[in-house]
Ligand binder design. Structure first.
Ligand code: SAH
Length: 359
């Protein structure tokens, strides 16, 4: 059975499929899911993420984590948690760099939230010596203070798209064209209660045919993380592409072999993501009693963590060609025409942190 056969069966049984279900299945279904069936990272894969571009990205985050551990009182045990570790390279770089603070290494227990068995195997190759524990979701993570890192994780969380009509908001779902039997978008006739989750600014400014997005999965996840940080202590660092103020717009995108592709023609064969609404997440985190630091741009975050100094130190240890590549990678991470502005960084803390590096 292919993913399209599976979706046709679902539509026949239950009618058009919610976009959030489409995203969940095309990305994480154990048989057909994009992440379940391949290693999509790097120049030979479909897309390149910041930790794949430069080791310095993970190194700076590792040092950030070690400072945070000190800032929360150097607890004797701390859960060092990554959400969606991909190839595991960011955590490997982070742990190598944070060896500079040996007591942090003695204290940390490594936890990886990853539901792709294929990617768990790849992560194990890089991280086995740190004896990680894997989890399918955040709900089974152990108690105790936590330092949580998540790069390009929230953008893979399922979203709902709502389309404005003169009467109200309607869900956009997936169905199959009766003539071609191929997938197509359909707008549900009934008014969706999910519009209650939209920001008042979006509700007030939208015009007929505008599309607004809401990710109830991300909102619940942010709420669960914030509650954990408040009750158990700790800080989460979330890095992703997205926007600081809620707004209308269709940000759903499919990427394959480093190019944007037609979403409906590449279901299960392309990465499917949406921009993160940082304002909506921050509101939930604040409501749960945690403190939000940021968002600020990835470029400014990395500059204040000292990416330039670290780059030049690494260049000094390298030959001419390597040095040029190291410099080019740094530019890609921080320049506003590259990843520097589109990507945002936010920290959520269970308690007030006096010195929060970079934020
Ligand atoms: N952080 C990595 C990878 C980002 S891709 C990097 O920056 O390179 C998204 C990652 O999240 C993948 O590892 C994917 O398998 C994982 N993932 C996606 N949805 C998930 C879910 N619902 N539960 C657990 N892991 C998930």
């Amino acid at each position: 059975m292919t993913i399209l056969d599976y979706m046709r069966q679902r539509v026949e049984a239950d009618g058009p499929i919610a976009l959030s279900e489409v995203m969940k299945d095309t990305l994480t279904h154990p048989c057909f899911g994009y992440y379940a069936t391949r290693n999509p990272f790097g120049s030979l894969g479909d897309f390149v993420t910041a930790p794949e571009i430069s080791q310095i990205f993970g190194e700076l985050i590792g040092l950030w984590a070690a400072v945070i551990w000190q800032q929360i009182g150097s607890p004797r045990k701390v859960n060092f948690i990554e959400l969606g570790p991909g190839s595991g390279i960011m955590m490997a770089d982070a742990l190598r760099a944070s060896q500079l603070v040996p007591d942090f290494h003695v204290a940390l227990d490594l936890h990886l939230v990853e539901n792709s068995l294929a990617l768990r195997k790849i992560q194990k190759n890089l991280l086995a010596r740190y004896a990680p524990t894997w989890h399918n979701d955040v709900y089974g993570l152990p108690c105790g203070p936590s330092i949580i890192i998540a790069n390009e994780f929230f953008d893979t969380m399922p979203i709902t798209q709502l389309v404005r009509s003169r009467l109200g908001w309607h869900e956009r779902r997936l169905s199959f064209d009766q003539q071609t039997n191929m997938p197509t978008w359909t707008i549900m006739p009934e008014i969706s209660h999910l519009a209650n989750l939209l920001h008042p600014k979006v509700l007030n400014s939208a015009q007929p045919e505008d599309i607004a997005e809401v990710s109830s999965v991300s909102l619940s996840l942010a709420d669960a993380l914030a509650r954990r940080l408040v009750s158990e202590g700790g800080v989460a660092l979330v890095i992703d592409y997205g926007y600081c103020n809620s707004a209308v717009g269709d940000t759903l995108q499919a990427i394959k072999e480093h190019k944007f592709v037609d979403i409906l023609k590449n279901l299960g064969e392309s990465d499917l993501t949406a921009h993160v609404d940082f304002a909506a997440l921050s509101a939930v985190v604040n409501r749960a009693g945690a403190i939000v630091y940021g968002p600020l741009t990835q470029g400014n975050f990395l500059l204040s963590l000292g990416i330039i100094q670290r780059t030049y130190n690494l260049m000094k240890e390298s030959n001419h060609k390597q040095a040029r590549n190291i410099e080019a990678a740094m530019v890609r991470l921080i320049h506003s025409n590259e990843m520097g502005s589109l990507f945002k960084v936010v920290a959520w803390a269970g308690q007030k942190i006096n010195l929060l590096p970079g934020l």
